[in-house]
Structure formats: C-alpha cells, structure tokens
Design a binder for this molecule. Structure first.
Ligand SMILES: *Cc1c(COP(=O)(O)O)cnc(C)c1O
Length: 387
C-alpha cells in the first residue's frame, strides 16, 4: 500500500469510506466513534444534511472563479467572522499553515510601515505548533520538525506561562509574538488568563504584533468563538482554519481595524482561497453555530470534562485531564501511544498530543449518547490497558 505516496504519515490500516454524525465506517463495514473529527476539522460531523445540500447546490452553480472576481459568499463570510471576533477584515487561504504565513507577512509589513523594518524576527512559545510551511515551521517549537530543514526564520522560543522570559524576549524588538491560547499539538496546555493579558500588555509596550493562532482552539471549540475571549484579550491578528468550513480546506487570517489597510493589492494572494464552495461551507458552519450548536458544544464539553475528570480520579496512570470544551486530553505519561492504539481497536478514534497526552476533538454535533459511549469505551480500555 501507499507505494506512490511519500511516507510522511504512518497511517492506520482501515480504509474509511463513509460516516454520519460522529460515526465513521470502513470498507469492511466496521464502525468507529469519531472523537478526532479529522484533527478538529469535521465540526458538523460526517454527511451533515444541511451542509451536503448546500454543497450539492453550490457544485451545480459555481465552484471556482479566483479572487480576480466576485461571488456572493466572500463578503458575507468576512463580515460574519468580524462580528464574531472583534476583528475587522479577513484574508482567506486554504489551510492553517497558510493562515500563519499571511500573519507573519502582515507582522513584517506592519513593522516596515512604522519605519521599524529591522524588526524581522519572531517570538513563539515552547509547545507551540503553527504548521509545516517555512514561515509556520520557523515559529513551531518542536526542533525535530525544524532541524532537517534549517535554516528557518529567526525565532526565539520562550517557556509558556513565564512572563519574565517573555518580557526579555520582547525587549529584543521582534516583529511579532505568535501563540496558541490553548496549545493543541503541544499537549493541550492552556495559557492562563493572566499570562494572555500580560502578553497583550507587553506587546503594546514594545510595539510587537500579537498573533493568536486559534486554528485548533478557535471557531467555537472551547465554548466561545475565540478561546482568548475567555480572557477578554483582543490580539492584532487571529488565524483560523481547521473546523471553519466543516471539512473543506480553509484558512483565515483576521486583523483588527487599525491593520485593515496594511496589505495593498498585489501584496499577498491565493488562487483558491475563499472560493464559492468553501465559503458556502463556512457559512453553513456559522449558521449552525449561531442556531444552537455553540451552546451544545458547551454542554457536551462539560459532560466530557466531568467524565474524563472521573476517569482521571480512578486511574493512577492518568496524571491530569487538560483542555476546554470539546478540546480535551488525558495525560498518561509514557502510555499515550498505547492507549490511543487500544482505543482505536475498541472502536474509538482519538490521537496523541505532545507525546504524553491522548487528545479528544469530537465533532460539535456529538450527542450526549455519543459522549457516554466514548467514556464507557475509555473506561473499559483503561481497565484493560493501564492496570
Ligand atoms: C493544525 C494546526 C496548524 C496547521 O494547520 P494546517 O492546516 O495543517 O496547515 C497551525 N496551528 C495550529 C494551532 C494547528 O492546530
């Protein structure tokens, strides 16, 4: 298998061919409960009727025109994102990494426009993950991802939560600070409210552009549209991607009003970004979120959190539950890969994060019965694997 695919992933064996809601079906008829949703992407689950109907209709009408022309959905999507975020304007691309690339370019252009063209370096956090393209890779902490491709852009990594270390790094006048308010790949580390506020204040004091990467934790997953809204912190730039078009590839880089003119025609671009099909999908996602899905995320998140806390209390191998809303993890030092594999065998799709954490990113449409079933599968698997 996969002879003609570059071996960048160690793929599991089943061949998935369909699904509904939080269920996935393989070609041999086996079913899984999907508590990963394509790494936080298929927020409306599989085969969501409204999404399917909208995409069918859009496929028959218009799928692509390029950004040289207008179609009915880009403006509406940008306006809806602005109203959900306190940001003002959006650039649309096709992935998380591309959303970060735009953010890094915007940060450098901001500094140049202020006459601070020497401010080209970046500050990012240990445990942070921002993608695999060169710019995004440069601000990604995991050295194993970066070193085979060095040199990357000049970046200083500081310990998450350490305000003094951040203060020292920002004193060196970087272009931007890039952080995830709730780190995903790094192991579900939540940055505290005080730290997020201190980062905002330090960026203001030093003229550093503050970029919040909400590609995994944003777009409603923690119970607020942006995770940083829990801390009432407004960054200069926000990146969104994973769940935003409910399974279709999208990236969005949002800027606050003062930066809305920073990119001029020709400064940046994307052939596919913000096309009719993907924008239509994103509008269906936002409609569903506004029509009650946002509060469902809060309720199912609390249910999942309670169940995971209870399991963590019963099993010594679990040192901690981490996360918020429908972005949760169990810390099982040295055992995460084994537990993830055992859960997959038992019929529950999850993945690991940061080496020691099993991560749960169920679709926003997950039902109370799905959550109960996942917790039961976890409980029996934990009894069989960790004791
Ligand atoms: C997944 C992820 C990215 C990269 O997104 P891609 O679509 O894979 O390029 C960037 N930042 C965070 C926080 C992510 O979780």
């Amino acid at each position: 298998m996969d002879e003609h695919v570059l071996p960048t992933y160690r793929r599991a064996d089943p061949v998935f061919v369909g699904g509904t809601g939080a269920r996935l079906t393989a070609d041999d008829g086996r079913e899984w409960l999907d508590f990963l949703s394509g790494i936080g992407v298929t927020a409306l689950g599989h085969a969501h009727p409204r999404l399917v109907a909208a995409l069918r209709e859009q496929c028959s009408a218009l799928t692509h025109v390029s950004n040289l022309f207008r179609h009915p959905f880009t403006d509406e999507l940008a306006q809806r994102l602005a109203s959900h975020t306190c940001m003002h304007a959006a650039f649309f691309s096709n992935s998380g990494a591309e959303a970060i690339e735009a953010a890094l370019k915007i940060a450098r252009k901001v500094q140049k426009a202020r006459g601070k063209g020497a401010r080209t370096a970046f500050v990012a956090l240990e445990g942070g993950f921002h993608g695999r393209t060169f710019g995004a890779l440069s601000v990604t902490a995991n050295a194993a991802y970066r070193t085979p491709f060095a040199p990357t852009l000049e970046t200083t990594f500081v310990r998450a939560g350490d305000v003094r270390a951040l203060e020292r790094a920002l004193a060196n006048s970087p272009a931007a600070l890039v952080l995830e308010p709730l780190q995903g790949e790094g192991g579900l580390n939540r940055l505290g409210v005080d730290y997020l506020r201190a980062a905002r204040e330090l960026c203001d004091a030093t003229g550093t552009v503050l970029v919040h990467d909400e590609i995994q934790c944003g777009a409603g997953r923690t119970g607020r549209f942006l995770c940083a809204q829990w801390a009432e912190v407004v960054p200069d730039v926000v990146t969104l991607a994973k769940p935003l078009a409910a399974g279709l590839p999208i990236g969005a880089t949002l800027v606050r009003e003062e930066l809305a003119d920073i990119l001029a025609p020709g400064d940046h671009g994307s052939t596919f970004g913000g096309g009719p099909l993907v924008s239509r999908a994103a509008l269906v996602f936002l409609d569903e979120l506004d029509a009650g899905l946002a509060s469902a995320v809060t309720e199912r998140g609390q249910q999942l959190e309670r169940g995971l806390d209870e399991l963590a209390g019963r099993h010594d191998a679990i040192t901690e539950r981490r996360g918020m809303g429908l972005m949760q993890g169990l810390c099982v030092p040295g055992r995460a890969a084994d537990l993830q594999a055992a859960l997959f065998e038992a019929g529950l799709v999850t993945c690991t994060a940061g080496g020691d954490v099993v991560r749960f990113l169920p679709p926003y449409v997950v039902t109370a019965a799905d959550v109960d079933e996942a917790l039961a599968l976890l409980s029996s698997t934990l009894d069989g694997t960790l004791n």
